[in-house]
Design a protein. Structure first.
Length: 450
């Protein structure tokens, strides 16, 4: 069965293609602004070490399990879990992993496209010089005006969804593979060039210190929650994207080496983004702890005050748009792959999934303007959808994946599929997956609910 379905979707040309694709899925908007911000907020180097420990304890083990499931069945996440749950006589609720991930990815795509559309808008604003000489008040007004304009938000949301759909519709090899082979090296090159620029700014030393000074006194119980949560979500776990990409992974590739490489690249991108952002912020004497507003209000002021800032700012927002694009492609893939397996053509499946995500995304567009006063439970429609996916659906999916591979799959099948050369490394991963990772993910889940 697996061999038949393998031909339906295709296989990555090499292990490195999978690494680029998975890294593209993991690297997104959160890496560019959230990770640098939470690092500086929670003790710099001390938090980085804690985050890396969380990646090893929770992120890598669950990611290996998710890739393993995809490669084992060679199907979409929905059919993968239906097939494997039956094969290993697992409780029927484990079949929900695929549905939960695909649905979470669909929900996330609907609002992620809207937020990513902001980066397209800001790329244009940088090119046109809108932020040249801008003050903080002016930058805040420009951002506020964008959010208050449903027509502009809809236009950029539509453009981004179309860009995503064009890649997915072309399939694994002609679409996903060819795109990540261009986008990810381009992202890495632009990131390195921007860091090279930031090293020439007078605030580089302050920015470096802000990110990496070891201040254990800033570490709190909340820091553990933040590090654990971000280590899990930054790798795109629990939404079916990594499982779908795993289904296209070459059989002979070692899961351990491959997944660890993805984790390292994802972390390096996040840290490098910090070394791009904060030296520029400190050079202009601006507030580094601006949270989400850092990208769309603080940084534009910095770019507008720098010599050649319009060019640097344009390059930065193109970088962010590329990161968002590569993530969005992976988020949509599980639902599209399932529709193809149900008999739809790749083009029709893409149009249905992306069209429905676009329609749902309109509620997110309106959450920032026309429906901003309509709140329930956690806030606006966007707030509730963000909470539902980030705090409930993704950690629940990750927890079920760890339990299924750790406790219900036959160990002989797991060992064969994992293809880990070192028995000691395999045993450590097995213990992590069965005991440590489920507790860590459960901690994220319960904390999210509370």
């Amino acid at each position: 069965m697996a061999a038949d379905k393998r031909g339906m979707h295709g296989v990555w040309a090499s292990r490195w293609t999978f690494i680029l694709a998975a890294t593209g899925s993991a690297v997104g908007l959160g890496n560019i602004w959230k990770f640098p911000y939470i690092t500086g907020e929670n003790g710099g180097g001390a938090f980085v070490l804690m985050y890396l420990a969380c990646i090893l304890v929770a992120g890598i083990p669950v990611m290996m399990a998710e890739v393993l499931l995809g490669r084992k069945a060679r199907l979409s996440p929905i059919n993968t879990m239906s097939h494997l749950s039956a094969e290993y006589n697992a409780p029927k609720f484990f079949r929900s992993i695929g549905w939960l991930g695909a649905l979470a990815g669909f929900f996330i795509l609907s609002f992620y496209s809207v937020i990513a559309g902001w980066t397209l808008s800001y790329t244009g604003k940088m090119i046109s010089g809108d932020f040249t000489g801008a003050t903080g008040e002016m930058a805040g007004k420009i951002f506020g005006d964008l959010l208050a304009d449903p027509v502009s938000l809809t236009m950029y949301h539509t453009i981004f969804i179309i860009l995503t759909g064009v890649v997915i519709a072309r399939g694994v090899n002609e679409g996903l593979e060819k795109t990540v082979r261009v986008l990810m090296p381009l992202l890495f090159i632009m990131l390195v060039l921007l860091m090279g620029y930031s090293m020439t700014t007078p605030g580089f030393a302050d920015g470096f210190k802000f990110l990496f000074s070891f201040d254990a006194s800033k570490l709190t119980a909340d820091s553990v929650v933040v590090a654990l949560g971000h280590s899990f979500f930054t790798l795109s776990l629990g939404m079916g994207a990594i499982m779908a990409y795993g289904a296209y992974m070459p059989q002979q590739a070692s899961l351990g080496k491959t997944v660890i490489t993805v984790g390292i690249l994802d972390t390096l991108v996040a840290l490098t983004a910090g070394l791009v952002i904060f030296p520029i912020v400190f050079s202009q004497g601006l507030e580094p702890g601006a949270g989400p507003g850092l990208m769309f209000q603080t940084l534009p002021v910095a770019f507008g005050s720098l010599p050649g800032g319009a060019f640097i700012g344009t390059a930065f927002f193109i970088l962010v748009a590329i990161a968002a694009w590569s993530s969005a492609i992976s988020i949509a893939e599980p639902a599209v792959a399932w529709a193809v397996e149900k008999g739809a053509t790749r083009l029709v499946a893409t149009m249905i999934v992306c069209g429905a995500a676009w329609a749902l995304g309109m509620l997110t567009v309106l959450s920032f303007n026309e429906l901003s006063d309509f709140t329930f439970l956690k806030g606006t429609f966007f707030d509730n959808l963000d909470f539902l996916t980030s705090n409930i659906m993704l950690p629940l999916g990750g927890l079920l994946i760890a339990l299924f591979v750790g406790w219900f799959m036959k160990e002989r099948a797991v060992a064969k599929e994992a293809n880990v050369q070192s028995e000691m490394v395999y045993n450590i991963w097995r213990v992590m997956l069965r005991f440590v990772s489920p507790l860590a993910v459960l901690f994220i889940f319960v904390n999210g609910l509370l």
